[in-house]
Design a protein around this ligand. Sequence first.
Ligand code: BES
Ligand code: MN
Ligand code: ZN
Length: 513
Amino acid sequence: MDTEILAMNTNLSSSVPSAVESECLVVVVLDQSEKDQAGKDQADKDKPAPAVATSDAAVPAAAKDVIASGEVTGKIFETTLLHHPAGLKAKRLLLLGGGKAKTFTASELRKLAGAAVRTLKAKSICSFAFAVPETAVPAADGVRAIVEGALIGSFEPDYYKSDKKDQRIDSLTIVAQGDAKGLQSALDTGRIVGESQNFARDLVNEPSNRMTPTMLADRARKMASEVGLGCEILGPDKIKDLKMGAFWGVAQGSEEPPALIVLRYNPAGAPANVHLGLVGKGITFDTGGISIKPADGMEKMKYDMAGGAAMIGTMRAIALLKPKVKVTAIILATENMPSGKAQKPGDVQIAMSGKSIEIINTDAEGRLVLADGLTYARQLGCTHLVDAATLTGAVVVALGYVNAGIFASDDQMYDRFAQALKQAGEKMWRLPLDEEYKDLIKSNIADMANAGVRWGGAIFAAMFLKEFAEDTPWIHLDIAGTAWMEEQKPWIAKGPSGIALRSLVEFVKGWGA
Ligand code: BES
Ligand code: MN
Ligand code: ZN
């Protein structure tokens, strides 16, 4: 369904907001009140002080009455829609609350743009203009955040409904003053990132009968040829030739052939000593295998390839943004199925690295496929590794649906990633990899077990992967709780979130700057 992700037109306007002709002009209202403001009594301190974040005086003038009424507070995602706003060229004015002025950043703005799209398209408004709140964020950052957020907000997962309402935004004008070239480049970057995130979400959204390992590989190949990436798909024979016993152990139970997807980006002028490796879990359906999962909620396990999709989408963005750094992505795509050929609890598999693994639970399959993916990435010469996987239910117990889990074997690499997270407006919380946890993965008969200890399950999985990253600086992202929105939010639909992609893109860009 990848035609839909490209549907929205975006363009810039350098007019003042009041002079923009549009179905609707969207402006941000920020609450200027501060809790500990000196010289005011308590009641005044807590009272909202809403102000429109623009230097065009005509806009607050048009909103004067409604603001004076006390109806507008500036609370985040509060919407107030005015028709025929006096003194403005736009037909409507949407006052969109952005929360406290003091804590407002481009991350809030990204969400507000998504909220604007979702609010307006529900009212069958097809085009609008969004004024960068230039009193609160630098113009170029604002343009990029608005484009990304609007694209993310426009994604809907219901494309198999035959009666789906075709409400969508055709065109978005971003109103910003500043260096035209810089603003255009911010818009282009925002488009590439937002569209790539939707591309990844689309892959995740597809059910397993429409996104088999072969189909995922086909989508990756098609995308690679469109954007100029190298692409190689290795099938069952190659996977066995490479002695990927851990990956094969999972794949052997399925009628669907597995696929090892390799995407290559190797630009001229990249430093010779850095080669980033992105490894993604691509389980297109996780039944649990012989250690089968309960029926309740099993349909959700179509999203067990969200880590792989994030890597494929990241490579799309990288190919278009062209940072000067070599990047290879490896996606391990297979189903995890029970069958007469499936691996069984107690089986021992020899991973590509030569390490033996006792399979205690066939439902702990993600770490198995990633183990060989990490080994392969090291063999290809990657100097830094990042993996992303919907790996454990335990990370959901630990961090809920808000933060993804992040593990890092190298503090410097973690610092770079933390910087990228902040830029991208994504939330991840670091979890430990202390040596003391190594006891978790002990096996009686092999080098390690893939499961067994209940407590600290997300750490168990990470400690297991660490054995395969070995001494290569490595980051592991456990996105089991964040890859799927359980509820819709003002800025995003229920369904695949596209988590990790924006941070990964920022992280890679950081090496190529
Ligand atoms: N794909 C699941 C993890 C998962 C859980 C993803 C919830 C998304 C939402 C993974 O393969 C799995 O089954 N993990 C097991 C491991 C256990 C058997 C050691 C788990 O977390 O229960
Ligand atoms: Mn599983
Ligand atoms: Zn899984």
